[in-house]
Design a protein around this ligand. Structure first.
Ligand code: EPZ
Length: 452
């Protein structure tokens, strides 16, 4: 996969004037409930477009991104009914095949609707999602895979126009090799293949648990899929699918974020539900630096932060089952206080070290060289006003604030609300001291990092 320069302009979520004030150094205790997985819910909501009957989803998290995906499905003619963590999706009558730009540009996961729309309707018009804070986020692997399955795909004026030529209205099974094990491309092509004519083999497929969850959801609708969770997925197309009642897996990244919260505050508390094998790399690294992670039951973990400073370690983000890029920022916050030097290499996205500047404002000692960050542990962080730049960077700033001396004010909360279901309520319940408030008039200059 060629490195890409990230775009200067990207669609920033609308400005949020509220701030999160965090007073550091409160020990955490008790237990925290982990919500359903954001990246499963978004893919499965797209997959619901394949279902011509009743689709009943359970354990759906309450997140801005889930609401946005709901708006996109509604714009396509889908009827949705939400009742707490249950989402009823009625995609019997999809009114049209064009997803609106103003919604797609705010949620790149909405691009995943292209596979289900195309294979269900024979046509799909989905705006290019565009880049975001962490990278250019191209969709060439999605497009090339659909073309391999017989789709005619043109990109005009920023919109991907896909259709199935001829009278068949069915994609054809194909053997597809992904140049990179892209999660989204694997999910788009797997969904497209469920109703294709013949067998599709996706090689070098992504193995993330959310891919497996989507495959299990599609199989629950009658799709024939084997090998999800390995690097080769085989899908035998069927003429149609049926109604489904499905529960989404727990969010491994939310769980990983809370494990780091326990370590960085040297606290002890439990987390449930959780699937420990979804977090093997993160748990291994936490143990390597001196935190204890105990299994308290089939889907329950207990985190015990080290009584002393944690040790340093090196991190390299990789496709699953490697260390997840979505946990890189959070783990960096933890390593800023470790005893020694840590090297963090971000290999998945080309611009996912933007949290370094903000952690430095809190006293962290981090040098960036290309896609590597060299973190020299410091004895303490101090509270400061900071600005979140993307979803996981905002989580990293919350974690750093929990350990910092004094008060931290976090701006840019629209990022946090995209991907965490009531994180401040859950942290408060564990004993953290934090509150959401309206920002006084903010002088943007205060975010200019003072030269070292
Ligand atoms: C999914 O994004 C997740 N989002 C991301 O989570 C996660 O970081 C990422 O997978 C990697 O695990 C959802 O599932 C909604 P990719 P996705 O396609 O599918 C390149 C979060 O914080 N690529 O695996 O967009 C791409 O540029 C979010 O929850 C191509 O070159 O990720 C990137 O460098 C952030 N061409 C790499 O592959 C393509 O056609 C990995 O991207 C597609 C991707």
């Amino acid at each position: 996969m060629s490195a890409r320069t990230s775009p200067e302009s990207y669609s920033q979520p609308e400005e949020d004037k509220s701030v999160l004030r965090v007073w550091g150094k409160s020990p955490l205790q008790g237990q925290v409930k982990i919500s359903g997985a954001k990246n499963s819910a978004l893919a499965i909501m797209a997959g619901a477009l394949l279902c011509p009957k009743d689709c009943h989803l359970r354990n759906v998290p309450t997140l801005v991104d889930v609401s946005r995906m709901g708006e996109i499905l509604t714009a396509l003619g889908v009827k949705l009914k939400r009742n707490n963590d249950i989402l009823e999706i009625d995609a019997r009558h999809i009114g049209q095949s064009k997803a609106p730009y103003e919604l797609v540009s705010q949620l790149r996961a909405s691009f995943f609707v292209i596979g289900p729309l195309l294979t269900r309707l024979g046509v799909a018009r989905v705006p290019m999602p565009g880049g975001c804070a962490i990278g250019a986020r191209p969709v060439d692997l999605h497009v090339r895979g659909l073309q391999a399955m017989g789709a005619d795909v043109q990109i005009e004026h920023g919109t991907v126009h896909a259709c199935i030529p001829g009278n068949s209205r069915r994609l054809k099974g194909a053997r597809i090799y992904l140049d990179y094990p892209s999660v989204g491309a694997t999910e788009t092509l797997m969904m497209a293949a469920t109703l294709a004519d013949g067998e599709t083999i996706i090689e070098n497929a992504a193995q993330e648990p959310e891919v497996v969850d989507l495959a299990n959801f599609c199989r629950a609708m009658g799709a024939r899929i084997r090998g999800a969770g390995t690097n080769t997925i085989v899908i035998s197309g069927v003429p149609s699918l049926h109604s489904v009642d499905y529960s989404i897996i727990p969010d491994r990244i939310e769980a990983g974020t809370f494990l780091v919260a326990g370590a960085i505050t040297h606290s002890e508390f439990s987390l449930a539900p959780i699937v420990p094998e979804h977090l093997t790399a993160v748990i291994a690294k936490l143990r390597a630096i001196g935190a204890q992670i105990l299994e308290e039951g089939p889907n329950r973990l207990r985190v015990i932060g080290s009584p002393e400073r944690h040790r340093a370690t090196d991190i390299e983000t990789l496709p699953y089952p490697g260390f997840p890029t979505d946990m890189q920022a959070q783990f960096m916050a933890l390593l800023t206080l470790s005893d020694g030097d840590s090297v963090i290499s971000e290999t998945v996205f080309e611009n996912r070290l933007r949290h370094v500047a903000e952690l430095s404002r809190m006293g962290a000692d981090i040098r960036v060289k290309g896609n590597h960050a060299i973190v020299r542990g410091v004895p303490m962080l101090s509270g400061a006003p900071v600005l979140a730049t993307d979803l996981r960077a905002s989580a990293a700033l919350v974690l750093a604030a929990l350990a910092a001396d004094g008060q931290t004010t976090i701006h840019g909360l629209q990022h946090l609300d995209r991907g965490y279901d009531n994180i401040e309520g859950k942290l408060r319940q564990l004993g953290a001291r934090l509150e959401r408030a309206q920002a006084e008039n903010v002088d943007p200059a205060m975010f200019q990092l003072q030269p070292k």
